[in-house]
Design a protein around this ligand. Structure first.
Ligand code: PXG
Length: 288
């Protein structure tokens, strides 16, 4: 496997960062998880725009321009002869000393890994997931905006561990107000009486690229869609529920906290959105 690392394409065995890198010491960095479908980097420009916003928010100067990032991302895929897969683009604060001071870090480090991804097994797309609400709350936006896709994922990881302890593959995380924020690595949507609802970023959701795609699809299909504060109760009593993410795509949820959602099987709106999403993954984006 070939990895892009700070301007060079190196063998995976040589793709190493320093133990003094603040991405490792403090989680001081940002990333994107991007999908490649049949040689199409899905919504690459939107991912890079989010990366640029994340960089701005943490006062990090990206070492490459938008055009250079596109080229480096595509070239990493090409060098690995990859047509389908998962791209992890990471920018760290770089090497510094043992103090926090990011201004003492000489230069940011940027690496791109193009590989494969472990997907949810097909049965979950056919039958839906049973998930739980976990005790760990989503981090307060006043402490660290969840809109920044940072290397600080401990909050989500605690949620993921609690999901696993409860025997679930994903979990709903509430914000400190008790409203649904998102899942540990996915955005959450419900369908109620014909309208699609999802929490706003202000409630603690990442502005997911897949989430944005769902808004576009809903508008194209003429399905009403809105951002809305949601409680656990709203999800329990929804007609349908589904999660979105670059990894999960659009995956139905049929149970939350032991309550059966709707008919207990993936609903018609979820089916339509997933079908349309699968049409778009090879059409929207940047071709290698
Ligand atoms: N919320 C969080 C906290 C995430 O980490 C999403 C929502 C969905 O955003 P996108 O832009 O992907 O629609 C994410 C993204 C994986 C995996 O391996 C997870 C993500 C992305 C890619 C792969 O589970 N999370």
């Amino acid at each position: 496997m070939i990895v892009y690392l700070d301007g060079k394409y190196v063998d995976a065995a040589d793709a190493k960062v320093s133990v003094f890198d603040h991405g490792l010491l403090y989680g001081d960095g940002i990333f994107e998880g991007i999908r490649l479908y049949e040689g199409n980097v899905f919504r690459l420009v939107e991912h890079l725009e989010r990366l640029e916003y994340s960089a701005k928010a943490i006062l990090l100067d990206l070492p490459l321009t938008r055009a250079q990032l596109i080229e480096a991302t595509c070239e990493t895929c090409r060098r690995n002869n990859l047509r389908d897969g998962y791209i992890r683009l990471v920018v760290t604060r770089g090497v510094g000393d043992l103090g926090l001071a990011p201004w003492l870090c000489a230069k940011p480090s940027l690496f791109i890994i193009a590989s494969t991804i472990q997907l949810y097994p097909k049965e979950y797309y056919d039958n839906g997931l049973a998930i739980v609400t976990v005790p760990t709350r989503r981090i307060n936006a006043a402490a660290l905006p969840p809109t920044i896709k940072s290397l600080n994922y401990l909050n989500n990881i605690l949620g993921k561990i609690e999901a696993r302890q409860a025997g679930a593959l994903e979990a709903i995380m509430l914000n400190d107000q008790g409203y649904v924020a998102e899942c540990t690595a996915d955005n959450v949507f419900i369908v109620h009486k014909g309208t699609i609802y999802t929490p706003s970023a202000a409630q603690g959701a990442l502005k997911g690229i897949t989430r944005d795609t769902i808004f576009d699809i809903a508008r194209t299909l003429g399905l009403p869609i809105a951002e809305q504060n949601l409680t656990r109760y709203d999800v329990w009593c929804a007609d349908e529920c589904f999660l979105t993410g670059s990894g999960a795509e659009v995956i139905p949820v049929v149970k939350l906290d032991g309550r059966v959602i709707g008919q207990g099987k993936p609903g018609p709106v979820t089916h339509r959105l997933l079908a349309e999403f699968r049409q778009r993954v090879t059409r929207e984006g940047v071709r290698l």
